[in-house]
Ligand binder design. Sequence first.
Ligand SMILES: Cc1cc2nc3c(=O)[nH]c(=O)nc-3n(C[C@H](O)[C@H](O)[C@H](O)COP(=O)(O)OP(=O)(O)OC[C@H]3O[C@@H](n4cnc5c(N)ncnc54)[C@H](O)[C@@H]3O)c2cc1C
Length: 498
Amino acid sequence: MMLEKFKDYLKRYQIKIKTLFENLSERDDSEHRRGVPPRIMGLVASLSPSAVSIPAEYGGRGSLPSEILSLLEITSYESLPLALVFGINGALFLEPLAKYGNERLRSETFGKFIDTRSLGGLMITEPDYGTDALAMRTSWKKSDTGYAIEGTKHWAGLSGHADFWLMTAREKGSGSDLKRDVDFFICDSSDPRQSVKPVEEYSSLGLYMIPYALNHVDVDVPTHHRLISPKSGVRLMQDLLHRSRMRFPGMATGFIHRMMDEAVDHTQNRFVSGNNLFSYDQVQKRLSDLQADHTMASAFSRHSAEISSIDNDLSGRSLEANIHKTVLSDMMQNAAQSLLQLVGAKGYKTDHIAGRSVVDSRPFQIFEGSNDVIYQQVADQFLKHMSLNKDFHFLSALKSHPLTSKIADHFKRMTNFTINPNMLQRKKIDFGRIFSRITGLEWTLDMGNGGYNSALVNQALDSMTERIQSLLGSFQGINTTRFIPVESRALSHWRETL
Ligand SMILES: Cc1cc2nc3c(=O)[nH]c(=O)nc-3n(C[C@H](O)[C@H](O)[C@H](O)COP(=O)(O)OP(=O)(O)OC[C@H]3O[C@@H](n4cnc5c(N)ncnc54)[C@H](O)[C@@H]3O)c2cc1C
């Protein structure tokens, strides 16, 4: 069968999804309702968006990063929660299955995503193990027919709703010991022996479309449901999570674009003190920062499209993946906050896109690794580069680093100082923020060299340089204050100072 050209498919998809969200009734989108509305599931069935993440030999479009990112971009312009559903389904289920599933498992499973409305998700997080997920306690042992897996998982997107789960667990050793490596198994929810039970539904703050829960895991999966990792399970997990972090730009580009369009539309039509908001300088600052972040997110998409194919091993590319995840999730949250500020009180209604977007974009800074932790890892990696070169001069390290060598000179005045590698954790996080944003600007320059609108590239450069300058102020500041252990009730009261 001849595959429809992607450009034509995307156009058809865009029209359909736009109409769908314009007509989504309050009942479908109610704040009390959790789960993917039935009409959205209809879209999943009729347009088969999963096909972009499925290899061609199984009837998919070939799992091309540029197509996956474009689909996420169009989706998140209309609905960030739906984009996250497709992001989870693609990056956390279909792409790892395509890369690490055996032939039998792939041919049994992919068809259900193309022909029916199946969705998949990933279970890693446990109540006692979030950031330190590798210490998870969910365990597996061999059974008569495959693998018996037991444990507790929570916060997995699509809890109680996914047709398939990618389940993580550690092998039971002797006694209560668990082996260090983490293994991956596919659970088919349609088989009672493989079905994961949600035992407590979570009333999440936002992303209403995606159900979350505490899940009891007591399943038995067939032998061929185990993913095959050529090196180790941890390497598989790194490859999977790094690729998933490189799917953030698709969601971020569409989402920030929407925030910007909403902001422009509102500020052109809202008159305050005789002028439309659009004419005020502070409003222009907000709008141009939004536009700059859209340009940078596009550059991240371009960068991801070039390197994140399932044919590449991303397990060793933590630095780039972590930069994608942190910078883009910060930009998404800032974009939503900025829109809410510009819209004012009206935006604070639960059914207004501004307020909803603040809440919906916030967890992107938490899941797949908390930004505070990941920025520190980014800083540690750049410090390692400095240490290997025995050169702690910031500018010269930027010049010698492969991710920043072309942009380094732009920061020559600001970064002309030496770094003390023995810095506090809070300084590392500032440092990680700075290095990540400088790298993002290099990708933006690359996109400019590829022919992207130069006025937009220069705007991004100016806007982000100013923000980096202010981060450098914090990084070079001397504040090292710590929490003072005064009993809460005994805190001094201002009245007594009158
Ligand atoms: C909306 C949403 C969707 C999610 N989707 C999924 C999913 O599909 N599948 C899945 O498996 N999981 C999912 N998660 C879980 C998510 O990955 C975890 O919440 C995340 O890994 C953090 O774990 P935790 O919540 O237990 O926080 P903790 O590990 O308790 O960390 C809480 C905070 O402590 C601070 N902190 C932690 N360690 C350090 C440190 N070393 N230094 C300084 N500060 C530190 C950070 O500020 C961090 O944010 C989702 C979560 C949310 C909110």
